[in-house]
Design a protein around this ligand. Sequence first.
Ligand SMILES: [Zn+2]
Length: 256
Amino acid sequence: MIYIAEVFLYLLVFMAGAGIFSFLNVVIYRLPRKISFVTGRSHCPACDATLRWYDMVPVFNWFYLRGKCRDCGAHISFRYPAVEALGGVLALLCVYRFGMEAEAFAAFAFLGVLTVVAFVDADTMEIPNGLVIGILIIAVVAGICALAPAWKDRLIGLVCVSVPMLLITLAIPGAFGGGDIKLMAAAGLFLGWKLCLVATFLAILTGGLYGIWLLATRKKGKKEHFAFGPFLCVGMAVALFWGEQLLEWYLGLYHF
Ligand SMILES: [Zn+2]
């Protein structure tokens, strides 16, 4: 019986995460278009029909409707259920990594804002200041609640990546976007300097490989840019869950 209760609890955590990320879908769509995401119910972008309450069951509803609007049959992007499922998986990972503790809620809030940053940056090549401020607030609240890491590590995190990025950009204009630099300052304050460095290393590694792939397949020229924010966000998510292990493993390579 305990086993069934556990499965039910995990399903509940997944659905809660998916439900919250269902709202983030709205934010990702409306923020760059400067539409309020607090007022107005969700509607189909093609026919304007308001979504019914029973159409708002995360993830499953999209498959039930086979990716089409119930009213006009317009194709609904697979991104919507994918973001919802991501929210569910991230919620489960937070509980798995931090337990049912305040750390899990802080991490989930941080990952929620990162998800919006990643998609908005990929869509528009810009990171709105409001999202950076959101991360700052989460970091300060986590610090005040005495969650790990300690304030000293947070304050070093604020500058350890953002300042070098700023200096590089002053030397080589356009090396990093202003949004990326502000993002890494705010996120560094949340993660602390250790995880912030791990995240940046992962982002440069994966973003670099992506850049090489773009050049090799001639999808973009040498002078063109691609959004680096999504790589930073994925790097931070990986660092948040497995950064400590990655560091131990990496430092262990030097213990003969
Ligand atoms: Zn429609």
